[in-house]
Design a protein around this ligand. Structure first.
Ligand code: CP
Ligand code: NVA
Length: 301
């Protein structure tokens, strides 16, 4: 029973629509101090090889809200840290748990875990994708009165996990996307090819941030140095900073989004990050509500 969520491309438009709708419903219920115990009695493991504040805590709190138990595992504290294989670990965890949420480096590790598990596996970020973030962000966008199937998003920065998941989401949902990156930091070519085969939206990769943001309803940025890339140079990214000058090229009412953590003075200025157009903290809160919708989608399907 249940289903994996390893990449955005596994989803249908109607499934994303339903998760957005359910996230809104769960948010409303939470405001009234309620939460359905739809996952009552379940145990879900979180196997995180990278740091996390929002994703870990929102899934842990969300599982509690839904009546389930979250079990956090630092791989170093398990036998994975002493060389037990991911395949053997998957079989063992499947016999105790009702679902596994993994944050790791290579996408292939998440896939190998899923292939050897008999319970659903949810990707909570790999180097390639961050599907739960993008579903949650589409909920945040729709909550702002923007149709998540008909708008333009400009992504500025490094074309890795967040950008890749937006490319896949654009092709499924139909919104237009302009990804502005320095040369050599373009989104994954396979994900770009799959998106262009679907052909449902305009997806542009450009080296010109000012042209990317023109006509965009939403500007989105992410850290320049992702987890696992520590020590990487950031000079090439400086023209892609979301700052006051860039906003002068935009429409008047442009939303600014950031998955967080933010590095003020790098990918975004403090003025923009803490200004009235930025919804980063709402995005962070919404990870709780959308995370609960994703858990129900994967574990109850
Ligand atoms: N946005 C996000 O995934 O944040 P964390 O790394 O804190 O989980
Ligand atoms: N690209 C970032 C996203 C953090 C949520 C990283 O992988 O570190």
């Amino acid at each position: 029973m249940g289903r994996n969520l390893l990449a955005v491309s596994e989803l249908e438009k109607d499934e994303i629509r339903e998760m957005i709708r359910r996230a809104g419903e769960l948010k409303e219920l939470k405001k009234q101090g309620e939460s359905p115990k739809s996952l009552k009695g379940m145990s879900v493991g979180l196997l995180f090889e990278k740091q996390s504040t929002r994703t870990r805590l929102s899934f842990e709190a969300g599982l509690f809200d839904l009546g389930a138990q979250a079990i956090y595992m630092n791989p170093e504290d398990t036998q994975l840290g002493r060389g037990e294989t991911i395949a053997d670990t998957a079989k063992i965890l499947s016999s105790y748990l009702d679902g596994i949420i993994i944050r790791t480096y290579g996408q292939e590790k998440a896939s190998e875990l899923a292939e050897n598990s008999t319970v659903p596996v949810i990707n909570a970020l790999t180097d390639l994708e961050h599907p739960t973030q993008i579903i949650s962000d589409l909920f945040s966008i729709s909550e702002q009165g923007i149709n998540p199937e008909k708008f333009k998003l400009a992504f500025l920065g490094d074309g890795n996990n967040i950008a890749n998941s937006f490319v896949a989401a654009s092709a499924i949902m139909g919104f237009d996307l302009s990804v502005a990156v320095p040369p050599g930091h373009e989104p994954n070519p396979m994900i770009m090819d799959e998106a262009s085969e679907l052909g449902n939206s305009e997806i542009e990769v450009t080296y010109d941030p000012a042209s990317a943001v023109r006509d965009a309803e939403v500007i989105y940025t992410d850290v320049w140095v992702s987890m696992g890339e520590e020590g990487k140079g950031t000079e090439v990214f400086s023209p892609f900073q979301v700052n006051e000058k860039l906003l002068s090229f935009c429409r008047k009412k442009t939303l600014i989004m950031h998955c967080l953590p933010a590095h003020r003075g790098e990918e975004i200025t403090a003025g923009v990050m803490d200004g009235p157009s930025c919804i980063a903290f709402t995005q962070a809160e919404n990870k709780l509500h959308a995370g609960k919708a994703i858990l129900e989608f994967c574990l109850l399907d």
